[in-house]
Design a protein around this ligand. Structure first.
Ligand code: FES
Length: 175
């Protein structure tokens, strides 16, 4: 027997072989099974919580434009916000009735024609301007437009209270 043949047949030569041994095979198999199981469990759990948005919509159709030709105010609820649809010199506007101090809902004082906040006493004009604090800024107005279906639509996600912007579209609507 040559010295080369002796080397190949020795136990040391068998350990240096790069072929898949039983331990590596089992570890790879268990790892694969675990990865598949985790993926399956994740998929099953995720299917229990479908990706549906349960937040109320911030858009609402509130009627036809001709329904707002009078001077009466209309109170609507859009996405959990109370909004007064009012008529001013520049047309309709949608006043968000959340006090700019801490978010309480000012009520309309009919005899004074102002909004009074019940929480800390702020007073606002019907246009939303602050007459008395602590409210730091005017009430916000939501976008009010006529949508492609011909309906007056309020979008509570688009708001403004800057005195120079709020009297222009989309915060005011001629009807
Ligand atoms: S929340 Fe309106 S005055 Fe404080």
């Amino acid at each position: 027997m040559s010295s080369e043949n002796k080397k190949e047949n020795s136990p040391k030569a068998a350990h240096t072989c790069k072929c898949l041994n039983r331990r590596t095979f089992i570890v790879a198999g268990v790892g694969g099974l675990l990865a598949t199981s985790v993926g399956g469990i994740y998929g099953s759990v995720k299917s229990l919580y479908p990706t549906i948005n349960y937040e109320p919509s911030l858009k609402a159709e509130i009627g036809l434009p001709e329904e707002f030709t009078g001077n009466s105010m209309k109170l609507v609820q859009v996405g959990g916000k109370k909004i007064s649809v009012m008529k001013g010199d520049n047309g309709l506007y949608a006043l968000i009735r959340n006090c700019t101090h801490m978010g309480c809902i000012p009520y309309l004082s009919d005899e004074e024609q102002v909004f009074r906040c019940p929480c800390h006493g702020s007073v606002f004009t019907l246009e939303g301007d602050v007459i008395k604090g602590p409210a730091p800024e005017p009430l916000y107005r939501a976008s009010i437009t006529v949508n492609p279906r011909g309906m007056v639509e309020i979008n509570g996600a688009v708001v403004e209270n800057d005195i120079n912007l709020r009297s222009k579209p989309p915060y005011s609507l001629k009807v």
